[in-house]
Design a protein around this ligand. Structure first.
Ligand SMILES: Nc1ncnc2c1ncn2[C@@H]1O[C@H](COP(=O)(O)OP(=O)(O)OP(=O)(O)O)[C@@H](O)[C@H]1O
Length: 254
């Protein structure tokens, strides 16, 4: 779906080659400054670098901004929000690329609301919401932009640290939502700092280290050796009933 060929942003990331595939949930892990946001920005067409980036076989440069926003949605970190806006008004902005608020969008919002606990936020100004409450609205707005009831052209969903600021329940709800977006055919890519959740939910894990791919593959590529090399943290691998848990080895010192 989204193919990177020797993509690089000088001093930030790359060269990286690979594909974010339709129907897959790809989770990017890596230490602070390893290039996750830069890679996502390049994949979204928000940062122009070297190499080629193609969406459904077409160079990203060939899309105009309006067309691009019908095909891909991106949640960026620390977006400055118009603080006077109310929760529902923020959600309604998801309809901008598809020609305004419609009955279909209202139905899509109503369908998503229980999962992310959105209803109590509808009438409240953003300035009066907690960080996690704002984040839930932003995740919903990003997902709604590609909701098939609203936009038939959606292909690629990119989220930079969607779990930042969320409590455990809403982290799991968000990952479940991303899973379903992938299951209905989108290529879904998100950066995430919780390595165990990445391994539990990701179809594909891309582990970045100093701008390069240190490992890529299924959750089994995330080993104690990789974590020690990339994060400089010692962990133990616990496996039970097919589940894998990486536990920091505090006795060995981090
Ligand atoms: N706009 C920018 N201009 C120049 N360098 C940048 C810019 N944004 C980030 N960098 C640098 O690029 C590198 C990769 O940063 P990036 O934000 O992609 O990392 P990250 O893996 O997303 O980190 P984090 O986990 O802290 O969010 C870092 O060294 C950072 O200092």
């Amino acid at each position: 779906m989204l193919a990177l060929e020797d993509f690089a942003l000088a001093g930030r990331v790359g060269p990286v080659s690979g594909e974010f595939r339709a129907g897959r949930l790809t989770l990017l892990i890596g230490p602070n400054g390893s290039g996750k946001s830069s890679l996502l920005a390049g994949a979204a067409g928000l940062a122009e670098g070297e190499g080629r980036v193609r969406l459904a076989g077409r160079d990203l440069d060939a899309f105009d901004l309006f067309e691009l926003s019908r095909h891909r949605a991106m949640l960026t970190q620390q977006v400055p929000l118009p603080q006077g806006l109310r929760g529902y008004e923020l959600l309604a902005l998801a309809a901008e690329p598809v020609g305004g608020v419609s009955e279909a969008l209202c139905r899509a919002i109503a369908a998503l609301a229980p999962e992310l606990g959105l209803e109590p936020l509808y009438d409240r100004p953003l300035a009066a919401l907690s960080g996690g409450e704002q984040q839930r609205l932003l995740i919903a707005k990003t997902v709604l932009q590609l909701d098939p009831k609203v936009n038939p052209d959606g292909a690629l969903l990119l989220l930079d640290e969607p779990l930042a600021g969320l409590d455990w329940r809403h982290q799991l709800a968000t990952l479940g939502l991303l899973r379903r977006c992938a299951d209905r055919g989108l290529a879904v890519v998100a950066s995430i700092h919780d390595i165990n959740l990445a391994c539990q939910f990701g179809d594909d894990i891309w582990c970045l280290h100093r701008g390069r791919l240190a490992a890529r593959g299924g959750p089994e590529v995330v080993t104690p050796e990789l974590i020690a090399e990339v994060f400089g943290v010692r962990v133990r691998l616990l496996e039970q009933d097919g589940a894998r848990l990486l536990l920091p080895d505090t006795e060995a010192g981090c």
